[in-house]
Design a protein around this ligand. Sequence first.
Ligand SMILES: Nc1ncnc2c1ncn2[C@@H]1O[C@H](COP(=O)(O)OP(=O)(O)OP(=O)(O)O)[C@@H](O)[C@H]1O
Ligand SMILES: [Mg+2]
Length: 362
Amino acid sequence: MPDVKVKNLRKEYGKKVVVDNLCFTAENGKLTTLLGPSGSGKSTAIRMISGLETPSGGDIWLGGREVFKEDVGELVPSEKRNIGMVFQSYALWPHKSVADNIGFPLRVRKTNKVDMLQKVKKCLDLVNLSGYENRLPGQLSGGEQQRVALARALVYEPEILLLDEPLANLDALIREQVRFELLEIQRRTGITMIYVTHDQSEAMVISDLVIILNEGKIMQEGPPHEVFDWPKSMFVANFLGVNNIIPAVYQSQNSATINDGRLITWDYQKYTSDRFSKGDPVYLSIRPNQIMFSGDERGNGSNVLKGKVMKEAYVGTMTEYWIESGCLNVRVQWHRGGGPGVGEDVDIIFDPTYVRLLPREE
Ligand SMILES: Nc1ncnc2c1ncn2[C@@H]1O[C@H](COP(=O)(O)OP(=O)(O)OP(=O)(O)O)[C@@H](O)[C@H]1O
Ligand SMILES: [Mg+2]
């Protein structure tokens, strides 16, 4: 199976640049996710890879084969790129049976009937829908229809599969189930997949590599746990669900002060520790589930802030707290029982293991 490689891939609509010099490699046999907010250029990027959209510039390779070249244009048309594509709307033909829907790409390719039946059967097995050959799409659940769309994209054995928010129409439970089935199919077939989503938890679960896009540019890329644990910018931290992003002033490799001079320390930074000088404005970020309430015994240590509980909300698996500390507002998620109540004075601890240092983008 081939790598997908893009270099300086660009798309402009009029004066608006929607994909801005993208460079990345989706490795052979791996699942690479393009993750980003609505309008960040994800669909445009994969449509250019598939050949459905013409780039304004850049190069695209599928394996060793260049299919689009800067200054030359298209070298290989869409139908010769051997790419399968699954869209958010399944686009099944309502009056064709499941088998006819799946077999359609083979009929277009003039595959003989015996081969066609065999391949359709194999794909139905792959997506766990054996025995559904004669049903119509209207007789299937959303999740089953999505699996038919997936089988149709896989039936002619493409080397690359591009999926554009394929689970967005499914409800949470089915989405989780189909997500794991998809991953299983990827592992079994070894197909190179590029997956598009704006759902960070989906990206974290299924990806080998996550590429985070904003306004057509790559903000960060890496394995899921790495981008989740070590965001390099406020955008990525925010997008991956960090609620506490606190302005601070850099003091040393291990410390910064926040508004009223209180010192916050950290153990280690993966990317940013030596990028700053004393006095530089920075942000500190910490996830709400990584903040502790302290007992009196630690009341005056570093990383302990005094505050007051302004609001609390019990959300089933945890309690969300909004704490006011000086002019800071801090979110805390408390997963154990026995937390404080509204109006109570509390000490909150920023564990130095989880404090992240980010550049202030001003
Ligand atoms: N044919 C077009 N003409 C003009 N602008 C377009 C066209 N297609 C897309 N755009 C613009 O390009 C930008 C990127 O669109 P794209 O569909 O790639 O975003 P996306 O990341 O897939 O978003 P979503 O998560 O909402 O699907 C958007 O601002 C969109 O309005
Ligand atoms: Mg899109």
